[in-house]
Design a protein around this ligand. Structure first.
Ligand code: GLA
Length: 357
């Protein structure tokens, strides 16, 4: 036996569409639940150093929570993860106007992003273990973006390794822009178990992209050295978070894109981040083919959303490590391109690897 996959009903949307919850298990003590509503990771059970499992991601017990939620818990974010400045970009000489849902900017794909869509599910057996493929066809013009975009996200839990592998593929019939990510909120001590300020983070990045007041990158790639953005050595998330460094003030904490260090021209999976909870011993390594990672320290969580078991998730109750292309890339020629053309297939991969120490 390799692992198991179990499907159960997760209720019906307000519009009456039936939604399912798929639970994947492996042989190393992990269980991951994913719903086809928003292609959302609902729970990740991972063992601590004593072998005791806890759910290490924020979320809701019911579909209703996800339908009304505003924080993107566990969701697949698209078409464009993070912000597009002024809700505008031009491509091939044409200007596209997007809904402004975050001040005057567009955040996480617009008003009804991929996180609020019903995806088609297919259970698959891969050579590694159990997989769930979720697909969605985003029509031309949806939330202002050009092209019919066909997206497939495959979630795999290998039977013998404690990893959640997320593999994204997309094709379009018109030139478009695309930035897909997963918005899991991690608390390695277990969701609802206090804040993440004593959890330790290391980022494989020497530079980050500073932002303006609206959290739009200015275009600068700034060295982290000598700033509280320097996570090149393992540092507690809370150690410098309240410093008066201008970037931390505008972000209300960490809410920035770090530029993952890679050898020139290297593609493939690279270690982007390592997070560790000294108390439970849980470690999360994030590997990705993407050029950036948004480290968000849960600054906007305010306890108003009642999560699993009715728990109120307060400020900094979790951190996100959203692997991505840089925010607002369509408006910055010096950033890696997010343009997808009809003759190519978009492919991106991220691995959340769990261990203990
Ligand atoms: C991203 C953004 C944050 C915030 C969260 C969702 O991480 O950068 O500013 O909007 O998503 O609440």
């Amino acid at each position: 036996m390799r692992g198991t996959i179990r499907k159960q009903s997760f209720g019906k949307t307000v519009g009456g569409e039936p939604i399912d919850l798929y639970s994947l298990t492996n042989k190393k003590g992990m269980e991951v639940s994913i719903t086809n509503y928003g292609a959302t990771v609902v729970s990740i059970q991972a063992p601590d150093r004593a072998g005791k499992t806890a759910d290490v991601v924020l979320g809701f017990d019911t579909l209703e929570g996800y339908e009304s939620g505003k924080a993107y818990f566990g969701a697949t974010v698209g078409r464009y993860g993070n912000r597009i400045g002024g809700g505008k970009f031009s491509l091939d000489g044409k200007t596209y106007t997007l809904p402004q849902n975050n001040g005057k900017n567009t955040l996480h794909g617009g008003i009804t992003g991929f996180n609020k869509k019903v995806w088609k599910a297919k259970e698959m057996a891969s050579k590694d273990g159990e997989s769930l493929e979720l697909s969605y066809l985003s029509p031309d013009g949806e939330e202002g973006f050009p092209g019919n975009l066909s997206v497939k996200v495959v979630f795999t839990l290998p039977a013998e390794r404690n990893e959640l592998i997320i593999d994204y593929r997309a094709t379009t019939d018109k030139d478009t822009v695309l930035n897909l990510t997963n918005h899991s909120y991690f608390n390695l001590a277990g969701e609802g178990n206090g804040d993440i300020l004593e959890q330790v983070l290391k980022l494989n990045a020497k530079k980050f992209t500073p932002v303006d007041q609206g959290l739009i990158p200015t275009g600068e790639l700034r060295d982290v050295a000598g700033t509280p953005m320097d996570f090149t050595t393992s540092t507690a998330i809370g150690k410098r978070i309240n410093e008066k460094y201008e970037q931390l003030v505008v972000g209300k904490g960490y809410d920035h894109n770090w530029v993952i260090a890679r050898a020139e021209g290297a593609k493939g999976l690279t270690l982007a981040a390592e997070a560790y909870d000294p108390k439970s011993g849980r470690q999360l390594d994030v590997l990705t083919t993407e050029p950036g990672v948004q480290f968000y320290s849960g600054n906007f969580l305010d306890g108003s959303a009642k999560g699993k078991g009715g728990k109120a998730y307060g400020q900094r109750a979790a951190f996100c490590l959203e692997t991505q292309h840089f925010p607002d890339s369509p408006n910055h020629a010096n950033f890696p391109s997010t343009v997808l053309k009809p003759d190519s297939v978009f492919h991106s991969k991220t691995v959340f690897r769990f261990s203990v120490k």
